[in-house]
Every structure is written in structure tokens, then in C-alpha cells.
Write a protein that binds this ligand. Structure first.
Ligand code: PNS
Length: 162
């Protein structure tokens, strides 16, 4: 049985992430979406529980997908769960340098290989950080995230406004 890991911060999950998860689920027996507990890039907008909850709801139609969280090295988590591969989406050439470096580091640390899926061009500009920013200023993100995420974003910004 082949198991793939789709890791990320998912703060929040976007249509681009969901496209990669769905396509990965076609090629592997099992997909573990590995949600990092403490994203380093920014202070997370959504708690780990919230990020996991949204992912669970949005992948509930995919029987071979599980949502788990991790802290520490991704390759350690991969070993603990018997994962055979890491799968990531590549949006543009600008993703490539860093993704290649991480893939090579992970391969070197553990022997685990990373497979890249080309992002659907309609999502190639999408990033959670941009979605947060657009939503913060009232922009329309309805083509970028599912309705459940839009609702959460709106609620979060209402809370922040007080
Ligand atoms: O959605 P993101 O924030 O781009 O995801 C980045 C993530 C979580 C995939 C990456 O930061 C990661 O794998 N972190 C775990 C720590 C680790 O293993 N670092 C070494 C990578 S070479």
C-alpha cells in the first residue's frame, strides 16, 4: 500500500491545495494531509484545530484521505506513519528553487522522495497569505477558497474588527 504525505500550513486551505490533495488521492492508496502545528512564516490566522477542521470537512468525500498534524521534521513524521512519498504542488518557477532544496534535503535525511504535481493554471497565483490579505480588506476570494473557508475568514475579520 502506497502512502503519500501532502504537507503544509493550510492557513487557510485554498482551492489550489484541494486540487493537489484530490489529484494525489487518485495515485496513492492513502493520502495523509500533514498540517504543521506552528507555521514559521507568520503567526497563524487559524488555530491548528480550525485548519484541521476545514480540511476534514472539505476532504470528507475522499475516502483515502486523512488529516493529521505534525511538529518537528516532516521526514520523522513520514517515518512514523510509514509514508512512501511527499507530494507537493508547483505553482510556478519561483516555487522551484526552494521546493527542490527541501526535496533534496528530505531525500538526504531520510531517503524519502518528493513528487511534484503541476498546479492547475487557474490556481497558479494562489497563496494562503494573499487570500488572507485580500479577505482582510474585503476583496472577493470566492473563486479562491471554498464557501466554508470564506465564512471562517469573514468571521475572523469581524472578530478582529471587534
Ligand atoms: O504551506 P507551507 O507553509 O509552504 O508548508 C511548508 C512545510 C510545512 C511543508 C515545510 O515548512 C516543512 O516541511 N516543515 C517541517 C520542518 C522540516 O521538516 N524542515 C526541513 C525541510 S527540508
Amino acid at each position: 500500500m502506497a502512502t503519500a504525505l501532502c504537507p503544509g500550513s493550510f492557513d487557510p486551505v485554498t482551492n489550489g491545495h484541494l486540487d493537489i490533495i484530490e489529484r494525489t488521492a487518485r495515485y496513492f492508496d492513502e493520502v495523509i494531509v500533514a498540517v504543521i502545528r506552528n507555521p514559521q512564516k507568520t503567526e497563524a490566522m487559524f488555530t491548528l484545530d480550525e485548519r484541521e477542521e476545514m480540511l476534514r470537512e472539505l476532504t470528507s468525500h475522499l475516502e483515502n484521505v486523512r488529516i493529521l498534524s505534525f511538529a518537528g521534521l516532516l521526514v520523522d513524521f513520514a517515518h512514523e506513519h510509514g509514508a512512501d512519498a511527499i507530494v507537493k504542488g508547483l505553482r510556478a518557477v519561483s516555487d522551484f528553487d526552494y521546493e527542490l532544496q527541501m526535496a533534496q534535503m528530505n531525500q538526504n535525511l531520510s531517503g524519502i522522495d518528493t513528487f511534484f504535481i503541476s498546479t492547475n493554471p487557474k490556481y497558479s497565483f494562489l497563496a494562503s497569505s494573499l487570500v488572507r490579505e485580500v479577505a482582510r480588506f474585503g476583496g472577493d476570494v470566492s473563486s479562491m477558497v471554498p464557501p466554508v473557508v470564506m465564512k471562517r475568514l469573514a468571521e475572523r475579520f469581524d472578530e478582529l474588527k471587534g
